[in-house]
Design a binder for this molecule. Sequence first.
Ligand SMILES: *Cc1c(COP(=O)(O)O)cnc(C)c1O
Length: 463
Amino acid sequence: MNAIETQQFDTRSLQQRDSAHYMHPFTDTKALAGRGARIITRGDGIYIWDSEGNKILDGMSGLWCVNVGYGRHELVDAAARQMTQLPFYNSFFNTSVIPAIELAELLTEITPPQFNHFFFTNSGSEGNDTILRMVRRYWDVKGQPQKKTLIARKNAYHGSTVCGASLGGMSYMHEQGDLPIPGIAHIEQPYYFEHGKGMTPEAFALKAAGWLEEKILELGADKVAAFIGEPVQGAGGVIIPPPGYWPEIQRICDKYDVLLICDEVITGFGRLGTWFGHEYFGIKPDLLTFAKGVTSGYIPLGGVAVGDRVANVLIEQGGDFNHGFTYSGHPVACAVAVENIRILQREGIVERVAAETAPYLRRRFTELADHPLVGLAETCGLMAGLVLVKDKATQSVFDPQHEVGMICRGYCFSGGVIMRAVGDRMIIAPPLVITPAQIDEMIGLIRAALDSTLAEVQRRGLL
Ligand SMILES: *Cc1c(COP(=O)(O)O)cnc(C)c1O
């Protein structure tokens, strides 16, 4: 055992210091202070450890990002090398840096052929802010300045900046800070479990995509700049669109001359067994947002892949694009991204997800549907979700105020596996390097947590 593995922590003191000064994202600070945060101290492979020494299988890849797993010395070395040589220089005033050049080149190689230009940011939110400005600029330059509105979906997640939260469809985010900003419209999400009852998935796909056409006609096609969606919604609860949805969305965007944007912050870099999620669904977006998996979370980086249709107009006719960040093309972040992509390539990780681990996860995860609490269990690539129900036969759900999902999440955590609760939908997105044996271990831990949840729900008389 090395020094990191044997390190000791004073959890209580860390929790007190945490709540004294550190405001956490998406957190009720007062409630957390009463509870005390769980302090995570190290990671290796697909596992993390907390300050009490508990080993936990990270079913969420940190926050959908640690795709190549924890403890990758190649990434540490790439960062250290670049920090030593040139920790920072900007790309603003006719200057450039080698790692940003290399990353843009490598992204050209691994993205579909229409993507030949890349803009870098620090996060997915900033990527989506960049896209909003780019598509509005695109239509301005094209002489259609009235084509400004972006259509997005309810329960989508596009980040937490003013623009990201506005594009997103989280009502609890819109409630704070007078969002969404003007010029953004939302349609209903393609969630079969909630909106498709009694229809075939194929018929529901056409109906759900049809909501886009209705909204375009309502606003006027000459006012609509773009449609944005996550290939599979992540933070909304791993909402997997029914077959046929995305091709129909593409057809509608083409018909009304509306740009198609895929937010690939989660689905990019192999999560669905294809380099990008839109390839899994067979569509051809004009722009895509990436972040998270581009560096496997080792360092912040995001960006936008700009398809030729938009890039040609902005570059040939647009002149200065008055947008960017101090750290756009940060050399250390780009160097880590290049090495992360090379790891994915060298180890054939994306291919292995497609051929081996995604099919295996589907087989094992859908078996959970036989559990008395589980109404539905589905997967797409290495993303999966199940719905906790009160009554399997009628698929009736629990009263949200009982927070059964949170009860289940608690049993997962204390049992040694991280699963996220979105209402009563329990979701996972494990590191892409998870092996079949580790999938077996994860499913076993989830089943044990479901059993404990069932016992508690019975004890509380909620069934
Ligand atoms: C996480 C996420 C974002 C926001 O990325 P940040 O780096 O947190 O700003 C945007 N879109 C999707 C789909 C995400 O999952």
